[in-house]
Write a protein that binds this ligand. Structure first.
Ligand code: CP
Ligand code: NVA
Length: 330
């Protein structure tokens, strides 16, 4: 690409409409392109020398819970796109102490070009988005983890030659499952999830996913036995049984007998199955070393893809003209 073209792209910076990403179905129409864009920039060795669509922009990331992948992938991704990442730990902010989410959103919108927010209750990120004049990205709430789903679907698409069978979820019906099911539905991929009784995913979110799946032609099914989900699967995905903020739920762990992803369980899947986990993994609980360290495991590709997928999302949300033009020209 010529420098001249890039300058033109950068001059077009700034979206007319504010988009927020609170759940992956917020960007359903463009999701397939977002994934392809991320794969393309990941494999484009030259792209990032010239392409700086976030130049002069600042992206602030608020964390109310710990993070390794989300924090580092946002910081490095924003930096690669030419922007300034600012990490805001909630312990250092007035938010949650004496200042409301609405006032925080209004103030931060005066400094920042995009805000990412990892929070406890999903209502909090909705409130931040409502009062922010710049795009807000949910960096994990109790109900949704759209950035994870973007990276997960990117990883599945990257491995599509090898995947022969549906996506099987084994474990808790949690935030990661919600956006994974929505992501599969959007891309027309079948998903069968197995959760213990009483730990099924949110029915309203699954209805949303089923509605999308009806259009894309994919299947979404729920089971209560891990084996039923895993048999003939092309992908096996699990996550921790106890999520951040649920540590007080004593005895929850005890409900997951039979849901560990181990050698016996994966023997029911296609032999080339992908093992996926959003990480951090609690080795020995939801997954054994034998599985997570096997040749089938793509967990570190997933972790890397967080950065590329978020770069695609950030460019779309902060500088749609550059996102479109890069996509057309490269
Ligand atoms: N998968 C994920 O969101 O990891 P972190 O909690 O480390 O950000
Ligand atoms: N379900 C987990 C995901 C961590 C990335 C949690 O919310 O803690």
């Amino acid at each position: 690409m010529l420098r001249m073209d890039l300058q033109e792209i950068l001059n077009m910076r700034g979206n007319e409409k504010k988009y927020d990403l609170l759940a992956i179905d917020d960007i359903a129409e463009k999701f397939s392109e977002i994934v392809d864009w991320a794969i393309r920039i990941k494999n484009d060795d030259d792209a990032l020398y010239d392409f700086k669509p976030l130049e002069g922009m600042s992206v602030g990331s608020i964390y109310e819970k710990p993070s390794t992948r989300t924090r580092v992938s946002f910081e490095t991704g924003v930096n690669r796109l030419g922007g300034q990442p600012i990490t805001l730990l909630s312990s250092d902010l007035q938010l949650g102490k004496s200042e409301t989410i609405a006032d925080t959103a209004a103030v931060l919108s005066r400094y920042l070009d995009c805000i990412t927010y990892r929070c406890f209750g999903h209502d909090d990120v909705m409130e931040l988005a409502k009062h922010s004049t710049v795009p807000v990205i949910n960096a994990l709430s109790d109900l949704h983890h759209p950035c994870q789903a973007a990276a997960d679907m990117m990883t599945i698409v990257e491995n599509s030659d090898r995947v022969d069978g549906h996506v099987a979820w084994v474990g808790d019906g949690n935030n990661v499952l919600h956006d994974l099911a929505l992501g599969c539905a959007i891309l027309g991929i079948d998903i069968i999830y197995a959760t213990p009784e009483g730990f099924e995913p949110d029915p309203e979110i699954m209805r949303r996913a089923e509605k999308i799946a009806d259009k894309s032609g994919s299947i979404i099914e729920g089971r209560n036995m891990a084996e039923d989900a895993v048999t003939d699967a092309g992908v096996i995905y699990t996550d921790v049984f106890v999520s951040m903020g649920e540590e007080h739920l004593e005895g929850k762990m005890g409900s997951f007998d039979g849901f560990q992803v181990n050698g016996n369980l994966v023997s029911k899947a296609d032999e080339n199955y992908l093992f996926m986990h959003c990480l951090p993994a609690h080795r020995g609980d939801e997954v054994t070393d034998e599985v997570i360290d096997s040749r089938n495991s793509v967990v570190f590709d997933q972790a890397e893809n967080r950065m590329w997928a978020q770069m695609s999302l950030l460019t779309l949300l902060c500088n749609e003209a550059a996102w479109e033009t890069y996509w057309e020209l490269r």
